[in-house]
Design a protein around this ligand. Sequence first.
Ligand code: V4E
Length: 210
Amino acid sequence: TLSSGPIEVERKFVPGPQVEDELLRLGAKLQNEITFRDSYYDTPDCRLTLGDVWLRRREDSWELKYPPQRGTRGLNGASTQYLELSCEADITRRVSEELNIPCPHSLDLLQLQEFASFVTRRRRFEFPPRNGSKHKVVVDLDTADFDFSVGEVEVLVKTQEEVKSALMEVEEICKQLGVLSDSPVPGKMSTFLKINRADHYKQLLEAHVL
Ligand code: V4E
């Protein structure tokens, strides 16, 4: 069993032209602006992503995101929760388990292939923990190098017990920002695949992963 990392509770939204003003008006502070490249990896037959398991290199670090239980995702349709791993040994174990193969000594030995790579410019805003809440709410405004923008409201929690309240806080912020859409908003990955990897995209739609 894994020393599982944090649980990311998030909701994507379509950022309008006034979103930064709205964030500041609601008391969020601009934390930083960073630029990074993500490269995503999978088997040639896409067995990780078809299982909703997302392996990427962000600059020089490996990261893995996967659902808390097989087959769960959209809690409310548009909000999601994923477990995150950032320790390479844990990631190697989880990936080999997903592929039903013995755990190799290194991720490199799995001979996975890059299927997506793009650069994101991210402006990060933070809400200080608000009345009666213990969570810090983060809002990321992302613009990818294929001319696509998306916002995300996100809370990181340690245990499954905290997910429900985190979800309510995420939805409350979306409501106050006026961006609580009832259907899921496409993210960078689904947009990238739709543009550049039509067949992979179609497989993910058919598997109900996207
Ligand atoms: C495509 C995908 C995942 C990989 C990308 O995760 P995401 O949070 O969209 O990327 P990013 O760059 O914002 O990462 P962060 O910096 O926040 O860690 S993880 C899960 N999916 C699938 C997926 C889905 N099924 N539905 C929705 C609405 N989004 C993503």
